[in-house]
Design a protein around this ligand. Structure first.
Ligand code: XIL
Length: 372
């Protein structure tokens, strides 16, 4: 059976109604390391190719899928050079009962990363979601000083626990609304906007070597939200607050255009900050049409190209791999197919697009210096 036919059958079995699409799309769907005589430069895993241009290529990890000998584990280990815990470093997981820490799942992920020569993006210290129930229940009746002490302890204890093991921390996540105003969270309500600077100072105190990031979505393009984040991080830098970078989540949808990612990354880099694409996925309405999948391929390609073009872009991280494990269908009704591997963990054209984009960069002269 030829490879093209095999890929077409697998894809048909997975998506069913997408069979017509993949009669056209199959030619792009090569397995990761299979020799491809038409595009020899594309052979190689994502991490091998990315290492040639000094870029870390990462993924969020669903630690429930890491059972030994699982195909998921094998792909996670071989294709990526950085990992982000999708959930297991979040506050509700690490401190389910006040004062009782449970680092087990996160520790196992860190060990996995170390075994595989991967760096860890710590995610995330200060957020309004996935907080422990004991905290959300008690917060409204706490004084500002009480809540600040709890936040400080959380940040310092978690960063201390992982000291020396986390490369980049998402210190503050999603603090802004789309209109550029600060999000109305328990942190803002009780502590005022200074909770952001405080969190960076506490994290730096606990691990002075970790790179500290502000992370958000819908800031990939210029507009009220990214302008507000730009102003925030500029002010933090001016005040000497220890912030090292900005994470652009990059959750794309084929319905919406992405006008100026590269220029936007560059203006943050010009402030003396690192940048990273931290949660890339490209969702679309199901079932996927050829036009939509082409847009998904373009979304992955252009976001990686933008990172490659900005020397301060340290890492390109996808928000999981394998459409069966993606957060998208649970959160965006009727949408999905957002990752670079299909429901059977077969690489999709989106995977090949990343591979070829990295191979092109690796083959270009003058691109081998470390990124900085
Ligand atoms: C999501 C996870 O993928 C889901 O498994 C979980 O149920 C909810 O959180 N922005 C973020 C991530 O910063 O932490 C979110 O992750 C996706 C959006």
């Amino acid at each position: 059976m030829s490879r093209r036919l095999r890929v077409g059958l697998i894809t048909t079995a997975v998506i069913g109604a997408g069979a017509v699409l993949f009669a056209q799309g199959a030619a792009f769907a090569a397995p990761p390391a299979a020799p491809d005589h038409h595009t020899p430069a594309a052979a190689g895993t994502l991490r091998q190719l990315a290492s040639q241009v000094g870029l870390r290529v990462g993924t969020a990890i669903d630690t429930d899928q890491l059972a030994s000998n699982s195909p998921y584990r094998a792909i996670a280990a071989t294709q990526f050079s950085s990992v982000t815990p999708e959930n297991v470093m979040k506050w509700e997981v690490v401190e389910p009962t006040q004062g009782t820490y449970d680092w087990g799942q996160a520790d196992r992920l860190v060990a996995f990363a170390q075994q595989n020569g991967q760096l860890v993006r710590g995610h995330t210290l200060v957020w309004h979601n996935q907080l422990p129930a004991w905290l959300t229940a008690a917060a409204p009746s706490m004084s500002a000083d009480q809540l600040r002490a709890i936040l400080k302890k959380h940040v310092i204890d978690e960063v201390t626990h992982f000291k020396g093991k986390v490369w980049q921390w998402d210190v503050v996540n999603e603090a802004f609304n789309d209109d550029g105003t600060l999000r109305d969270t328990i942190w803002l309500q009780k502590l005022g906007p200074d909770y952001i600077a405080d969190a960076f100072r506490w994290a730096h105190q606990a691990d002075p070597k970790a790179l500290l990031f502000y992370n958000d979505y819908n800031i990939e393009y210029t507009g009220p939200k990214s302008n507000a984040v730009y102003q925030l991080v500029k002010d933090l830098k001016a005040k000497g607050v220890p912030i090292d970078g900005v994470g652009f989540q990059t959750h794309l949808d084929t319905q919406y255009p992405l006008p100026d990612l590269q220029n936007n990354l560059q203006r943050f880099a010009d402030l003396g900050l690192k940048v990273a694409e931290t949660e890339v996925d490209v969702r679309t309405t199901l079932p996927v049409t050829p036009v939509e999948q082409n847009a998904q391929v373009a979304g992955y390609t252009s976001t990686l190209q933008a990172c490659l073009a900005v020397r301060a872009c340290l890492s390109y991280t996808v928000w999981g791999f394998g459409d069966a494990y993606s957060w998208v269908p649970g959160v965006f009704p009727g949408e999905g197919a957002a990752t670079i591997y299909d429901e059977n963990l077969q690489p999709k054209p989106e995977y090949t697009a990343l591979q070829q984009t990295l191979a092109l960069a690796a083959g270009a002269p003058g691109r081998s210096d470390p990124r900085h």
